[in-house]
Design a binder for this molecule. Structure first.
Ligand code: PXG
Length: 465
């Protein structure tokens, strides 16, 4: 077989890709017709594609490359670990130094009494662990009927059968027999789209109280846990009203429901603190982590667990684990990533420099005629594309059609921004400089102008009735 390298013409790579590579969340026909964009290398916040275009990565890959691309130190850490011990497992009373060191570091960084780590290979796997862990916790405490996990519509917690069931994406549930039993979904705190005439504060409280209503309806003796992202990421960067999280915390405390904060996107500096739970004032019993844990340089995730939950689980045997739980190379890479985040003061850089600067610029996107709800927390933000920002109207066209046009215009202007329906989301590497933020905003504005012109021309600028 001939070697497949970066030097092949783009069209040839695209044809080979479409012929043999099945992509996540991608329509096969479209892939064959249009071909995938081939990314060949990256440095800092900039991607290079097979045509030599230099693209500003406003998404940090998939919300994960927190320290930016091309850090030699991580390559060195990986090479060192591969030479010394490329693999050993952590089952059956064995361990190794990278897993020990990473678990200790995470216990130090995590808030409160979150002092114990169960490693996984991804966020999906970690949330599958969480499902089994909270149910096992209650069973070991003599309350096996407490098995229901309450989650939210439009949440994203992964794509495996368990984590996809926790998620609230109905188009995912429609494929492959999800959700699994004993998962219950309540409404999300998405004021812009669903708040009607209420104030954000009223709406935040009302949506939080849906948790209390659900607990009362299902029975306190049936509910094991509530899981939520501090700020929904893949759902469209939905920043909850300020009244929401304090009320959720009160309800979890009152009914002794375990609180799982899914920090897969919010963790490791994204919101200007180590964890989104700190920014939003949440005291979780378990945090799900992945993505920024290794800045995406290696697949690794985990559950960071409280003393209480770990003590109960540790009182028996938890029949659960993955071949790659605590993988030594991934752990060594994650440790080096955490060292860089810490020693280069990247959390402070987000909180004190990058986020205040970008938030000010991002807010100016709200002056654009088709943009409303231009907000950010830390370095994660979104805008709503709308035909009428006063009434917060949706477009008459199928949801996502305008968002897709906008995403294409971003790409054409060498900027990666994702669309979620008709929202555009942004989540750049935390190392982004002020100059790079200026470039990002300039390209976003150009893309919005072009999108505006295109939807006008196509007659799509109509509100839904
Ligand atoms: N929890 C959250 C909050 C996530 O955002 C996962 C769990 C699952 O992690 P893994 O590592 O199993 O993918 C995620 C992942 C998107 C997008 O389009 C978002 C994610 C993954 C893929 C695409 O925004 N988030």
């Amino acid at each position: 077989m001939n070697a497949i390298t970066n030097h092949l013409p783009t069209a040839e790579l695209q044809a080979l890709d479409a012929a043999h590579h099945m992509h996540p969340f991608t329509a096969g026909g479209e892939l064959a017709e249009k071909g995938a964009r081939v990314i060949t290398r990256a440095k800092g916040v900039t991607l290079t594609d097979s045509e030599g275009n230099e693209i500003l990565d406003g998404m940090a890959g998939l919300w994960c490359v927190n320290i930016g691309y091309g850090r030699e130190e991580l390559a060195e850490a990986a090479a060192r670990q591969i030479r010394e011990l490329p693999y050993y497992n952590t089952f059956f009373q064995t361990t190794h130094v990278p897993a020990i060191a990473l678990a200790n570091k995470l216990a130090e960084l995590a808030p409160g009494d979150l002092n114990h780590v169960f490693f996984a290979g991804s966020g999906s796997e970690a949330n599958d662990t969480n499902i089994r862990m909270v149910r096992t916790y209650w069973a070991m405490k003599g309350k096996p009927s407490k098995s229901i996990i309450i989650s939210r519509k439009n949440a994203y917690h992964g794509s495996s059968v368990g984590s996809g069931s926790l998620g609230g994406m109905t188009y995912m549930h429609a494929q492959g027999g999800m959700p699994i039993p004993d998962i219950h979904h309540i409404n999300q705190p998405h004021w812009w789209a669903e708040g009607g005439d209420s104030t954000p504060e009223e709406f935040g409280l009302a949506r939080a109280r849906e948790l209390e209503n659900a607990i009362n309806e299902l029975g306190e003796d049936r509910v094991a846990a509530f899981i939520a992202e501090p700020i929904q990421g893949a759902g469209g960067v939905i920043i909850p009203p300020e009244t929401y999280w304090p009320e959720i915390q009160r309800i979890c405390d009152k009914y002794e429901i375990l609180l799982i904060a899914d920090e897969v996107i919010c963790g490791f500096g994204r919101t200007g603190n180590w964890f989104g739970s700190q920014t939003l004032g949440i005291r979780p019993d378990i945090m799900t982590v992945a993505k920024g844990l290794s800045s995406g340089y290696a697949p690794i995730g985990g559950s960071i667990v409280s003393d209480e939950v770990a003590n109960v689980i540790g009182s028996g045997e938890f029949n659960h684990g993955y071949t790659y739980s605590g993988h030594p190379v991934a752990s060594a890479i994650a440790l080096e990533n955490l060292r860089i985040l810490e020693e280069e003061n990247l959390i402070e850089h987000v909180r004190d420099v990058a986020a205040p600067y970008m938030q000010e610029k991002w807010a100016t996107l709200g002056d654009h005629p088709i943009v409303g709800d231009a907000r950010m927390v830390g370095l994660m933000g979104s805008i709503a594309l709308t035909p009428n920002k006063e009434s917060r109207a949706r477009f008459a066209a199928d949801e996502g059609s305008v968002g897709l046009i906008c995403r294409e215009r971003c790409f054409a202007n060498n900027l990666v921004m994702r669309h979620v329906g008709d929202r555009m989301v942004v989540s750049p590497p935390l190392v982004i400089t002020q100059d790079e933020i200026d470039t990002l905003i300039t390209r976003a504005k150009r893309a919005l102008d072009e999108c505006h012109a295109e939807i006008k021309e196509q007659g799509l600028l109509k509100p839904a009735s």
